[in-house]
Design a protein around this ligand. Structure first.
Ligand code: PEP
Ligand code: MN
Length: 264
């Protein structure tokens, strides 16, 4: 299999200009769950830059559990993401929900995100596989490591070798957190595959008070990076407020993550 260490022994390293994902580098991605408005996004992007992350996250097309929830600003949101990149120099990652939307999202984004709910949307996997843009492939809500590897295989098989795994927690019997962050899958994946692995402690826990410890644990477990939700005012966030860090919490966490990176 193309994703395996047997096929390719050395780590895959993805380069977006001066931002490196994989190998000895650590990458930090932060931003709101959703692009809510131009002002919200540009404010957040400046804070993300200030804290030291290299990539801005933000959904323009949101996969919401309820059809009555905020669905995202669609292409307008992509425009604001591109504007935030121009303003700050950050790279941008945003989710693509369907195969037909891959070309337009790829026009704006530096990285395409395939969300947890779409991990086995095989037509979407093929479509991002035909794109030239690197892909962040989130783990399905109840996917085994092998199913996740096979999903990545679809993308590589189509010719796109640039895939980043993102562990975002899986559904378990636990009720204290939104999902359960599967820490042991990080070293297991790194052993099985040459592709980079990042951790999303925000969706994994659903609780901002758990985001910092799980971010540090993720790096310690060998992750190549961390993706964090942060909002200038989580109390009024249209999406995932309870798990979004306040800017001050984000600044502090970034200091801790940088310090820990120095030891690793
Ligand atoms: C997201 O990162 O915006 C998101 C929707 O996450 P997930 O697909 O992991 O639920
Ligand atoms: Mn979210």
């Amino acid at each position: 299999r193309l994703v395996s260490r047997e096929y390719k022994a050395e780590d895959t390293v993805i380069r977006l200009g001066d931002v490196v994902i994989g190998g000895t580098a650590k990458v930090f991605i932060a931003g709101p769950c959703a692009v809510e408005s131009r002002e919200q996004l540009l404010t957040t992007a400046r804070l993300v830059r200030q804290g030291g992350a290299q990539i801005l996250r933000g959904g323009a097309f949101k996969p919401r559990t309820s059809p009555y929830d905020f669905q995202g600003l669609a292409e307008k949101g992509l425009e604001y993401m591109a504007e935030a990149r121009a303003l700050t120099g950050l790279k941008i990652v945003t989710e693509v929900l369907e195969p037909d939307a891959v070309p337009v999202v790829a026009q704006y984004a530096d990285l395409l995100q395939v969300g947890a709910r779409n991990m086995q949307n095989f037509s979407l996997l093929k479509a991002v596989g035909r794109s030239q843009k690197p892909v962040v492939l989130k783990r399905g809500l109840a996917a085994t490591m092998d199913e996740w590897l096979q999903a990545a295989e679809y993308i590589l098989y189509e010719g796109n070798q640039q895939v980043v795994f993102c562990e975002r927690g899986i559904r378990t019997f636990a009720t204290h957190s939104r999902n359960t962050l599967d820490m042991s899958v990080i070293p297991a994946l790194k052993q099985a595959s040459h592709l980079p692995v990042i951790v999303d402690p925000s969706h994994a826990t659903g609780r901002r008070d758990l985001v910092a410890p799980m971010s540090l644990a993720g790096l310690a477990a060998g992750a190549d990076g961390i993706m964090i939700e942060m909002h200038p005012n989580p109390e009024i966030a249209l999406c995932d407020g309870p798990q979004s860090l306040y800017p001050q919490e984000y600044f502090l966490l970034m200091q801790e993550l940088r310090a820990l990176s120095g030891f690793l």
